[in-house]
Design a binder for this molecule. Structure first.
Ligand code: FE
Ligand code: FE
Ligand code: FE
Length: 236
């Protein structure tokens, strides 16, 4: 199913946002810029960029229709660029995770990374669905942030750390990856939501929940046993 292309004032927007758009500029009832997405877990970039682009179009005094068309294209381009970036990020993670899981000593951490590898494959399939819904394909681009995070994790493997310390370090490396993904999917969900692309927003939300859950599981593994083991290995 192909979702219709994003419009600046799509029919699917919640009533609150339509009401807000009719208020005079500066009216105290107008939403603050960061509340534009209406979603509590929208990334900061989504709130800020999304609101500014939409607000510019809504309050343009002249040639409203032409401005909306141009701005709509820019915002849709932003959504597709961010989708392509996270597609590259997920592909890099799917390649890196098996190697990192192999180097881990604690079985519970290895299991967690292996489970997340399977989830990651499902997340890539979800991104394919999102592109299909938009009638687009991923741009050939490389997420440089993920390249950097994977390179830092690789450095840890050759740093000569004790196995317990390496486990603790790899948890931190994995959590940096999860936090990058949480920011990306939070923004994507907010973009799709602002455009009235409900099916895409739902796909992003599903993945966002998985990334958050993984981050929490990593924290639990670190704080329940592995950090303490790393300390013991360092003193003993
Ligand atoms: Fe992921
Ligand atoms: Fe990136
Ligand atoms: Fe992840």
């Amino acid at each position: 199913m192909k979702e219709s292309l994003p419009r600046i004032v799509p029919p699917g927007l919640p009533p609150a946002r339509h009401t807000a758009s009719r208020l005079p500029v500066g009216d105290p009832r107008s939403p603050a810029p960061h509340r534009a997405s209406g979603r509590p877990d929208a990334g900061p970039s989504a709130r800020f960029i999304g609101w500014n682009i939409i607000r510019t179009a809504r309050f343009s005094p002249r040639n409203q229709e032409g401005r909306e068309m141009a701005t709509t294209k820019k915002f849709q381009d932003l959504l597709l660029a961010e989708l392509s970036d996270v597609y590259s990020a997920e592909t890099q993670i799917a390649e890196a995770l098996p190697k990192l899981a192999q180097k881990v000593s604690a079985s519970e951490l290895r299991r967690l990374l292996e489970e997340h590898l399977q989830e990651t494959k499902g997340q890539i399939a979800r991104l394919d669905k999102a592109f299909a819904a938009l009638g687009a394909k991923p741009e050939a681009k490389t997420c440089k942030a993920m390249q950097g995070l994977v390179a830092e994790a690789d450095e840890l493997l050759s740093a000569g750390l004790a196995p317990e310390v390496l486990d603790a370090a790899l948890i931190a490396a994995a959590q940096k990856v999860e936090h990058y993904e949480i920011a990306s999917y939070g923004s994507l969900k907010a973009y799709a939501d602002a455009c009235g692309l409900d099916a895409v927003a739902d796909l992003m939300d599903e993945t966002l929940r998985e990334e958050k859950a993984t981050d929490e599981k990593l924290t639990a593994v670190a704080t329940s046993t592995l950090n303490a083991s790393a300390v013991q290995a360092s003193v003993g």
